[in-house]
Design a protein around this ligand. Structure first.
Ligand code: GAF
Length: 399
């Protein structure tokens, strides 16, 4: 990446007052559990977004995306979702800050953010690869605004506000995982996050002779965000039925496997509820996965990476067959390594319908396995495999 302070100076003929760097994330296990108040096990990575920022005084935001060589200017008041997607990751966050300011001191109070700012962004997180490049932009922006305007937000508040921004400006009803991981990551540590209570703990990731490799399908199917929101609705539908019998169930986190069978399995599901078999399958996957993450963490702590990896394969099976968020390309990549004794685990990662698989591969076999998987992928699809080797890195910080 270029020196972003130099780019800022060239673009805006003034100095940036602040540069913030925010990472992408991987997730070892716990997929589509965050918006069901379950557990996830993500980590921030050494691929990131940087923003450089400085105040203006004329009530406009001047934005420039260095990698895309695109500039957009908008007035800072009454902002609505923009036709250009990267712009929404900036202005959506500004709107959340404006709401926060209003909630603290009323709508008539004047706030410095309403005078506008200059901002440029760049990054090396592959877009659409399921590594949360959009969350990284949102987190970098809120961190920079918090610092520049001395808002006094905690990183937890920032995570919740960026999640809300994604809901309102990107139209994806995402959970908290991506923003949380980007803001709270620590070098060489994975985060076990309870998405219900937001309590979290860090664990060192010791994979011994193994390492994480990401295989990138290089595709992102267009239905990714609409299907994501549908999955969330299906889970809520399932909770609605469970609640009729067990009113204390507020999310799938509160439901047991037995309760899911009893209330949602097709054979037990009476006409009154008329939920589809799909709703049962979705809920079954989520409840299984929430339990699986907790067992997988025990495996990690016991140093049993083999058992951990096995659970990653089980997650993929569930995501592919029950939750139906995988796709042909992702399944090909997992199948290509499944019987390889040097690959302990593999699964699709993130929202699905494209992006990457995450694999735990024996270090001494990495090159050979990359070669073999690339060949299979080229033979069976019209796409070229891309490989990312990532390290677990620090969360959002000032550069
Ligand atoms: C996407 C979402 F943004 C996350 O909140 C999470 O639900 C993930 O998909 C699936 O686990 O990355």
């Amino acid at each position: 990446m270029q020196d972003i302070r130099v780019s800022f100076q060239q673009l805006f003929s003034s100095s940036a007052s602040l540069v913030v760097q925010s990472p992408g994330r991987i997730n070892l296990i716990g997929e589509h559990t965050d918006y069901n108040n379950g557990f996830v096990l993500p980590a921030a990575i050494d691929k990131c977004v940087q923003v450089a920022i400085a105040k203006r005084t004329d009530g406009t935001i001047h934005m420039h995306a260095i990698d895309l060589q695109e500039s957009v200017i908008v007035p800072v008041i009454a902002m609505q979702p923009h036709a250009t997607s990267w712009v929404n990751y900036i202005i959506g966050v500004v709107v959340q800050v404006q709401k926060y300011n209003t909630s603290k001191s009323g709508s008539n109070a004047s706030h410095e953010i309403d005078k506008g700012f200059d901002i440029c962004i760049q990054g090396d997180i592959p877009i659409g690869a399921g590594l949360s490049s959009s969350a990284a932009v949102e987190c970098a922006v809120i961190f920079a605004l918090n610092e520049m305007y001395q808002l006094g937000l905690t990183t937890m508040q920032m995570a919740l506000m960026t999640q809300q921004s994604e809901h309102e400006f990107a139209g994806v009803k995402c959970g908290i995982m991506d923003m949380f991981a980007s803001l709270h990551g620590k070098s060489n540590q994975v985060i076990l996050l309870d998405c219900g209570s937001l309590q979290h703990s860090y664990y060192p990731l010791d994979l011994k002779d193994y390492q994480i490799i990401l295989f990138d399908t290089q595709i992102k199917h267009a239905l990714a965000s609409s299907e994501y929101n549908t999955r969330r609705m299906e889970c809520e539908q399932g909770v609605g039925v469970l609640q009729q019998k067990y009113p204390s169930i507020k999310t799938l986190r509160d439901a047991s496997k037995q309760q899911v069978e009893q209330c949602l399995a097709p054979k037990n599901n009476d006409a009154k509820n008329a939920i589809s078999d799909k709703v049962y399958q979705r809920c079954k996957y989520v409840v299984d996965e929430i339990e699986r993450v907790q067992l997988a963490v025990k495996d990690l702590l016991a140093g049993d990476i083999k058992a951990f990896g096995q659970k990653m394969y089980e997650t993929h099976e569930g995501l592919s067959k029950l939750y139906e968020v995988s796709c042909r390309e992702l399944d090909i990549l997992v199948n290509a390594v499944k019987d390889n004794p040097h690959v302990l685990g593999a699964r699709m990662m993130g929202g699905g319908f494209g992006g990457c698989t995450i694999n735990i591969i024996k270090k001494s076999k990495v090159q050979a396995i990359i070669h073999q998987v690339a060949e299979v992928y080229a033979q069976q699809t019209a796409h070229t495999l891309k490989v990312h080797q990532v390290k677990i890195a620090q969360g959002t910080h000032i550069k």
